[in-house]
Design a protein. Structure first.
Length: 370
């Protein structure tokens, strides 16, 4: 991971292919609630939305402008408030419609949102036809030694690289991969978490299986997620069936545990996804060595707390070794406004250029030749 060029991709990169931004995800996921007639959940969301709009000094119908990450973030505090209200309730937690039950309902609705997120991403990816021109142009210009850090769940970049016959890999040691490193920082819709002692039933490529000097292969389950489960890559031809039929597969006990995405909100429990430690280690190592960093459609928002903290750690490590910060280029229609976010991570004196345009309008050949 000693790449000279690192690309950091956010939702703005995949937007050129029709993938939704965080503010566009909110109505899409709420529409799933409407399709499932979750009236109680919709009533709760309406009350949450009104409070968010009040906080933003807004008003009126602004649901389409509410960041789904913010919904998730504030909803957890809503659940805590209901648990606090249980202190005043003259009944026990399980005695009917208690405040504690309301808190548990909110957390259940959030889990539904995470499930619906997978469906929305897959539906939008299918709608692209799998051949987005702008992403293909980017794929044509990345080189074998480059490292791509992507916070997107879709697999449009991987598909474009494969179509161009460019070797790539996810950065896991078990892949023995050659070519471009595509590090999925928050997981991917084609990653599958499976019970360790059942993974051979699938026949899918294995991405990560933890080794432990003090355990034998037959010792599981151990109560440690990183040991009890493995991470597999769903072949392209099987992604749709795995996503669309996952409820049926669970009911039939076919050992499908989950599609490996980190979810929504400020706190994303990445430690529950086997192998993410390897992904983040490789990403931070690449940032520690890079000469150039290109940030495309990634805002480093308040909901990217983990990235802020650990990217800053990589820059601090460079500073301690007297290694200069990399040259940074932000590519985004709001690049100038985002500049302070990245100065906070890369340093106040970091050389940061801005390219005030959307990803699909970038001439990658010209930009990367500069």
């Amino acid at each position: 991971m000693s790449a000279k060029r690192v690309f950091i991709l956010g939702a703005g990169f995949s937007k050129q292919a029709g993938m939704p931004l965080a503010i566009e995800l909110t109505p899409l996921i709420i529409n799933k609630f409407k399709e499932d007639d979750l009236e109680e959940a919709l009533s709760w969301f309406e009350w949450l939305k009104q409070r968010i709009e009040w906080l933003e000094a807004g008003g009126g119908d602004k649901a389409s402008q509410i960041n789904i990450e913010e919904v998730f973030d504030l909803a957890y505090f809503d659940a805590i408030r209901w648990r606090m209200e249980q202190h005043r309730c003259p009944l026990g937690r399980t005695a009917g419609e208690t405040p504690h039950n309301q808190a548990e309902s909110i957390e259940a609705w959030l889990s539904y949102m995470e499930e619906d997120l997978i469906n929305v991403i897959w539906e939008r990816q299918k709608a692209t036809g799998g051949k987005p021109a702008g992403i293909r142009r980017f794929a044509q210009n990345v080189q074998e030694a480059d490292v791509v850090l992507t916070f997107n769940y879709d697999t449009l970049l991987e598909s474009s690289l494969s179509e161009l016959s460019k070797p790539w890999h996810y950065g896991f040691a078990l892949e023995n991969g050659q070519g471009i490193s595509v590090l999925k920082m928050h997981g991917s819709i084609n990653w599958l978490v499976v019970e360790r002692n059942k993974y051979q039933n699938f026949g899918y490529p294995l991405l990560f299986k933890k080794e432990d000097e003090n355990r034998n292969e037959n010792d599981c389950p151990s109560g440690e997620d990183e040991w009890d489960y493995v991470l597999m890559r769903i072949p392209d031809a099987c992604i749709g069936s795995r996503i669309e039929n996952r409820d049926l597969q669970r009911a039939e006990k076919t050992y499908l545990i989950s599609i490996a995405i980190a979810g929504l909100g400020r706190y994303k429990p990445l430690d529950k996804v086997p192998g993410t430690g390897e992904v983040w280690y490789n990403a931070l190592k690449a940032l520690s060595e890079a000469d150039e960093v290109y940030i495309v459609g990634f805002s480093l928002s308040p909901f990217d707390t983990m990235a802020r903290l650990h990217f800053a750690g990589a820059m601090l490590s460079r500073s301690e070794k007297d290694k200069s910060v990399p040259k940074v280029t932000i590519i985004d229609p709001c690049a100038h406004r985002l500049k302070p976010n990245f100065h906070a991570v890369f340093g106040s004196n970091a050389p940061i250029d801005t390219c005030q345009t959307s990803a699909e309008k970038v001439d990658w050949t010209q930009l990367l030749a500069q």
